[in-house]
Design a protein around this ligand. Sequence first.
Ligand code: 13P
Length: 252
Amino acid sequence: MTTPRPLIYAANWKMHHGPGAARGFLTRFLDLTRPVEGRSLWFFPPAVSLAAACEAMVGRNDISVGAQNVHWEPKGAFTGELSLPLVTEVGARLALVGHSERRHLFGETNEQVGRKVAAALKAGVTPLVCVGETLAEREAGRTENVVVRQVDAIVERVPAAEWHRVVIAYEPVWAIGTGKNATPDDAAQVHHLIRFELSRRGVEQRVPILYGGSVNQGNVLGLLAREELDGVLVGGASLDADGWAELVGLGG
Ligand code: 13P
């Protein structure tokens, strides 16, 4: 029997599910699912629900929890921010970095994203770094240029030897929350480009690259049929425990 290819199913709950709802979700989700070889289930609840989520999933090695955003400084006068030591204290092992909503709604720059990735690695936290172009950038034929610049900002701060701990999510901004997902071919093409550019920069390890943007039960299998994709990062379709359990179970 061949070993299944490792796949990551990441749920970004954005500004949904307080501690009570997070606990309720995970209790139900744990009932509905069993660990599957090669399948990792990642949850990014809002910061106030991190501790509840970490407590609820104890005993399930296939599940990890992460923060949706972190600051690069370990402490200091940064009102409203969360440091890596703060999130790891409650059990987070992952951090989402550079989500397009952080970049476009809150002005996060490539340089800040690079700093956050480096800080996460230093703190022993796995960064899931998001990259992706806007609709205007895609229509202007600038997808490659934008994505490569976003990746280069990380290459500048993360030595090649550390890249085996980095995970990337390609999330085209025009596909997020719009119901309009990239086709498997569109996604695979950008994933291939990212890998090619990383190897040109001496980053040899096989960095997992997830696809995100309007992934749902109807399109996930088509997307994951492309071997360039190592998993999915999902917003809306991850908010309901039954629906999410069904989606992560579709692959076997
Ligand atoms: P949707 O799945 O709701 O399009 O959101 C994608 C996303 O932003 C995940 O980080």
